[in-house]
Design a protein around this ligand. Structure first.
Ligand code: ATP
Length: 268
């Protein structure tokens, strides 16, 4: 089976810091793939590289057989339309209704008649359970409902895949559970491929087919959720159990606390 996204020998730097130091990733069609790792490892950066918003310094990223960085502007634009993205900051337009938010990409990118746009919008809202909330304004929605509307909007143009960046941030456990299940359900019902970047390890692992753990510019571990649970690696253990400390240090590296206390008041 050929992967939908094939990343090979990816190198990416910020200044002289290697965010990615030669990583390989395969994202398979129809699967939910979770990308996890400590804060600042470059998970969001990875999504931007896949979307062609950033260019790698070395290596290749193929999406549906096309090398993202060899595409001209219009081909990249066409490819991007087929990649749904749900970023944490992907807020809804506040002065138009739920319906109009979901209709927005259809009106912007297609010339479909209003009756067909209506049917498509209702279908997407139905998929996220909010067809009857279509007349509400974004200010009338809970945080979880707003995420679901954003998901319906991301699906509006029938993308081949959806990339989720921290989709659960700020959600209470029930709302998080709903969103997690929805990602899986929508993925399967719509024949999508999903990439989920999340700190909510246990919840995300529950619905993921494949997991990649990134740290220090490398893929530390990779496999199915079952394989990772059996891996015995202390890294994986720390992640899957959500332990605050372990091989991945809780504290930003630097001088010890003792040394800072000993240094006295004159230093900061
Ligand atoms: N525009 C930028 N300019 C310079 N450095 C950046 C920029 N954006 C991100 N970085 C750095 O790149 C690294 C990776 O950032 P990124 O946001 O991809 O990490 P992340 O794994 O998504 O983190 P988190 O889990 O905290 O969201 C970080 O060290 C960050 O400080």
């Amino acid at each position: 089976m050929t992967p939908l996204i094939k990343i090979r020998d990816l190198h990416f730097y910020r200044g002289n810091k290697a965010i990615f130091d030669g990583i390989d990733i395969d994202i398979y069609r129809g699967k939910v793939t979770a990308i996890m790792g400590p804060s600042g490892t470059g998970k969001t950066t990875l999504l931007k590289l896949i979307g062609g918003q950033l260019k790698p310094h070395r290596g290749t990223i193929e999406v549906d057989g096309q090398d993202v960085n060899k595409l001209n502007r219009s081909s990249l634009y066409a490819l991007r339309k087929r990649m749904g993205m749900l970023f944490q900051s992907g807020a809804l337009l506040t002065d138009i209704s739920v319906f109009d938010n979901v209709a927005f990409p259809l009106r912007e990118h297609t010339r479909l008649p209003a009756s067909m746009i209506r049917d498509l919008v209702l279908m997407k809202l139905q998929a996220v359970g909010l067809r009857n909330a279509r007349h509400l304004m974004p200010s009338e929605l809970s945080g979880g409902m707003a995420r679901r509307v954003a998901l319906a909007r991301a699906m509006a143009l029938d993308p081949m895949m959806i990339m989720y960046d921290e989709p659960f941030t700020g959600q209470d456990p029930i709302s998080m559970g709903t969103l997690v299940n929805l990602i899986r359900r929508v993925n399967d019902a719509m024949g999508l491929t999903s990439i989920v970047v999340s700190h909510d390890v246990a919840e995300t692992a529950r619905i993921a087919d494949d997991i990649y753990l990134l740290s220090g510019g490398k893929v530390i571990e990779q496999g199915t959720t079952e394989q990772l649970k059996k891996s015995g690696s202390p890294w994986v253990e720390q992640f899957l159990q959500g332990l605050p400390d372990g091989p991945v240090p809780f504290h930003y590296p630097g001088t010890s606390f003792e040394a800072d206390l000993m240094a006295g008041e004159e230093s900061q």
